[in-house]
Every structure is written in structure tokens, then in C-alpha cells.
Design a protein around this ligand. Structure first.
Ligand SMILES: O=C(O)CCC(=O)C(=O)O
Ligand SMILES: [Fe+2]
Length: 472
């Protein structure tokens, strides 16, 4: 997938990483958000645990053989603009040094359950009246907990639960019991005893604070919007309605379906992401070993994207959480978007080769990002899916919900040369075929642009939710 930190470490060392290139975010902090003329970075390898035959539990191979010379890709790097408007990686030392410690050691998954999940897919209520932690990307959302000897058998776990307002493992399923996915989905989200991995001398546990993409219902009286504000909202909503669903081919293999997801679909997606996001393996803010942070919250369904290593794995290093399952609810939506894109391509290009131009995919991974109003994502390529998937140029399908985001894309990792398009709530963007390796990123989120009709139904935080579907 994304990152090309150019830092070999741990189990990745000596596996073909090109450490000399693509360091967007080195400790020196002088890398450009969009490195001019930069090539994609080092190679990463998926080391999701595989069976003897190399297949993972879902029958898909996640081992990434033969990719040693693949440049890596994703620039999921924390960044900030300098005075010239270039955006550089932000370096923020980890106050609690928790990630470093937790990555090098081990712990059971502990998750703060103080923010219980409330909604469920299909249920009407969008009551998000639970505790929610800050969206500020500057805040660390992990704390590290030293373990005593008892931790290995779980004894210490309970003690620390008190201090950290966390529930013992036995209660971990509470939050996702309200997630009405299929029974199998539910089962596969349960805590995995294998999450206890080997521990070093100084054992640490990382606890990821749940991040709620919905805000609590406050019961406070809303101030009346000004006439100006009312008109702006009216204009936006009217424009959206008038636009209807319309599609544009942005470049070969890249299709934008405007206003594609209906309001009820968007609401369901938010609820689903919210529920999963509050549970084990849910939203967190990726932090790099050198202290850099990504300017968004992320979770990865189906397999865990590890931005620091630039690879997928079954469990994520930050807290050992197993990736939540890929919800089957998404399949029909992605399938429909691909079919409609094919129809658009056939109409526009008078071509019957739509499936060659944009190959169909059967997604099994979804990376979910939540950008606050100040969130962003550096230019990168999505290149950590399997070699086969990349060779077939299977598309990435992206859903945007909430505030609009300015999406940059181009053939080079160069912000100045990148094309720009606003992705608004309900838009679906697909890039595959000849555009599969396009550099892309999100330069900004435009506050207060989420459809009012959406916010009337669900208390999504200010910001932008983005889901990218991929076939590993
Ligand atoms: O938020 C977006 O529109 C893009 C997200 C993205 O590129 C990614 O998750 O790889
Ligand atoms: Fe991407």
C-alpha cells in the first residue's frame, strides 16, 4: 500500500528494500509532501501469517513473493505546509514513546471500551451519544502499559484495566455485538488469543483509545444558522440534487462517479464504519517509529495495513489487534460502481473493452480513513497489494463521505504537477488499469461541506470519511 519510508527494520530488513529512495519523511524532516520527480520508494512485503501452502485463512495468499524489486509506494506521511506551500513531514516526538515500545515488545490487545458502540447497520438510530476521543491528529491515541510477570497469563491485565479505564478481555466483544454483520463476520472479529506475541525484556502494552467518527449527541440547543450559511447549504444541496449521478472519465482507467452513493447508503456506511471503528482493530492514528504521525485516523478491514512497514498483515503492530473482517455489505456497492463505470466507459469511448480498461475486482481489503478538517494525505501510490493484483491492475475503489476533500493525482509525485478534483460526499472514484499506479493524495478537507441532509440523519464528526476497496 502506501508508505515508502525507506527504513528497513525488523523482519523486513534485507528483503529488498531500497532504502536510498523515496524517503518522504526521514527524521531530518526536510522531505517534500510531493517530492518532485521522486520515484516510489522501497519494496515492502506482506508477511501476513500464511499456511504451509502459502495461503492465508481466507484462501488468499498474502505472502508477497516475487516483489522484492517492487518499489513501494504509499506516502501516508504526516505532513505540514511550509511557508512556500509545500507540505513537509511533521515530526512530533512521541510523548509516551508508547508505539516504539509496543512495537518492539508485546501485549495483549487492550481496548478502551469506555466508548461503547451504539448504532448498528440497518438500525435507524444514529445516536452517537458515547464518549469520543479527540480527532486532533496531534494527540496520541495510544498509551503504553508496562507489564509485570503476571501479564503473560493475563493477571496484570485486569489490574491495569482499572487504571486505564479498560475492560478485561472477556468484555472485549461488547462493542461489536451491536454490529449486525453476518454471524461469521461477528465471530471473526472476536479477540484472538494469538494476539499475545513474543515479549521482550521490558514488556509494554499499547492501548488504542477508541475513536468515534460520530460526535456525542449533546442535547445543546443549536444556534440558528445565519442567512448566509443557510443559503450556502441550500446551494450545495441543490447542486448535488441537480447533478444527480454523473460520471466522468478523468484519465484512462480513472473514473469519477459524482453523487453516486445515496444518502441512506452513506448513512449505513458511516454506521458500519463507526461500529467497527470502535471495536478491536478500529480507528487509530498511525505513528511512525521516528515519531511522525499521519494526519488522519485509519483502520483496515480484511487485513491490516501497516504504514510503517508498508505491508499488510493479519495483526497490526500498534496493539496486536487482528484486522476486523471485510464486511460483505460492501460487495454489492463496489460491484455496482464497477458496472456503472463500465457502462460509462462503453458509452464515452464507444468501446467494448471496458473490462480491459478497468478490470473488475473482488475486494477483500478496505482501508478506512477519517480526516479531520485539518487532515491530509501525501501523494503516494497504492502498491502493496499482491503482485498479481497489481499486475492485473485491479482497481482501487474509493468512497467519500462527509466533508469534501481535494484529491490530487498525477503521474509524478509532484504536487505542482498534479491534477485536482474535489471529492464530495457520495462520490466514488475508481482508479485501475492504466491508472492503477497513479500518484494520489488529499491536500485538504473543506470544512462544513458535508450535506446537511446527511448530518441531519447522523452525527458524523466534522471531517471526511474515505474508504478504499482493494483486492489483495
Ligand atoms: O482519502 C482519499 O481520497 C484517498 C485515500 C487513499 O489514497 C488511500 O487510502 O490510499
Ligand atoms: Fe491511496
Amino acid at each position: 500500500m502506501y508508505s515508502d519510508r525507506g527504513r528497513g527494520r525488523g523482519r523486513d530488513r534485507g528483503r529488498g528494500r531500497d532504502r536510498g529512495r523515496g524517503q518522504w519523511c526521514s527524521p531530518g524532516g526536510d522531505e517534500n509532501w510531493g517530492v518532485r520527480g521522486g520515484s516510489s520508494g522501497p519494496s515492502f512485503h506482506c508477511d501476513r501469517p500464511v499456511g504451509a501452502d502459502g495461503s492465508s485463512s481466507d484462501g488468499k495468499s498474502f505472502s508477497n513473493r516475487g516483489r522484492n524489486s517492487q518499489p513501494n509506494s504509499r506516502g501516508w506521511f504526516p505532513s505540514y505546509p511550509n511557508s512556500e506551500g509545500n507540505i513537509f513531514c511533521q515530526k512530533e516526538p512521541l510523548e509516551k514513546k508508547s508505539l516504539e515500545d509496543s512495537m518492539s515488545s508485546t501485549g495483549r490487545i487492550l481496548r478502551d471500551q469506555s466508548a461503547p458502540s451504539c448504532s448498528s447497520i440497518g438500525s435507524h438510530h444514529s445516536d452517537c451519544s458515547v464518549a469520543s476521543n479527540s480527532v486532533n491528529e496531534g494527540d496520541s491515541d495510544t498509551v503504553s502499559v508496562p507489564l509485570g510477570d503476571g501479564a503473560k497469563d493475563g493477571a496484570m491485565h485486569l489490574d491495569f484495566s482499572h487504571k486505564l479505564n479498560i475492560f478485561p478481555l472477556e468484555n472485549q466483544n461488547e462493542s461489536h455485538l451491536s454490529f449486525q454483520a453476518g454471524a461469521n463476520d461477528l465471530l471473526s472479529q472476536e479477540m484472538d488469543p494469538n494476539n499475545v506475541v513474543s515479549a521482550g525484556d521490558s514488556e509494554q502494552q499499547a492501548v488504542v483509545k477508541p475513536f468515534d467518527i460520530c460526535l456525542p449527541k449533546t442535547g445543546t440547543i443549536k444556534l440558528k444558522p445565519s442567512l448566509l450559511e443557510k443559503n450556502r447549504v441550500k446551494r450545495n444541496d441543490a447542486k448535488r440534487a441537480a447533478d444527480g449521478m454523473n460520471g466522468r472519465i478523468l484519465r484512462p482507467g480513472m473514473v469519477l462517479l459524482k453523487n453516486y452513493l445515496s444518502l441512506p447508503e452513506q448513512i449505513q456506511i458511516i454506521k458500519l464504519c463507526r461500529d467497527i471503528g470502535l471495536g478491536p482493530g478500529g480507528f487509530y492514528q498511525p505513528v511512525y517509529r521516528d515519531g511522525g504521525r499521519m494526519h488522519l485516523k485509519m483502520m483496515s478491514l480484511g487485513s491490516s495495513w501497516d504504514p510503517d512497514r508498508g505491508e499488510y498483515a493479519e495483526h497490526r503492530p500498534v496493539d496486536g489487534a487482528k484486522a476486523p473482517i471485510f464486511p460483505s455489505d460492501f460487495h454489492p456497492l463496489v460491484e455496482r460502481a464497477i458496472k456503472d463505470s463500465h457502462a460509462l466507459i462503453e458509452r464515452n469511448l464507444k468501446s467494448t473493452a471496458a473490462e480491459v480498461i478497468l478490470p473488475p475486482l473482488s475486494p477483500n481489503i478496505c482501508v478506512v480513513n477519517f480526516y479531520s478538517e485539518s487532515g491530509r494525505l501525501g501523494l503516494h501510490q497504492d502498491k502493496d497489494e499482491s503482485q498479481e493484483s497489481l499486475d492485473r491492475r485491479l482497481p482501487v475503489v474509493s468512497f467519500s463521505i462527509g466533508d469534501a476533500g481535494e484529491f490530487l493525482y498525477g503521474d509524478q509525485r509532484d504536487v505542482e504537477k498534479a491534477e485536482k478534483v474535489w471529492l464530495e460526499s457520495g462520490d466514488v472514484l475508481i482508479f485501475g488499469g492504466m491508472s492503477r499506479h497513479v500518484f494520489h493524495g488529499v491536500s485538504s478537507v473543506q470544512p462544513k461541506t458535508a450535506p446537511k441532509a446527511l448530518l441531519d440523519e447522523i452525527n458524523l464528526r466534522p471531517g471526511r470519511l474515505n474508504l478504499t476497496f482493494r483486492e489483495y
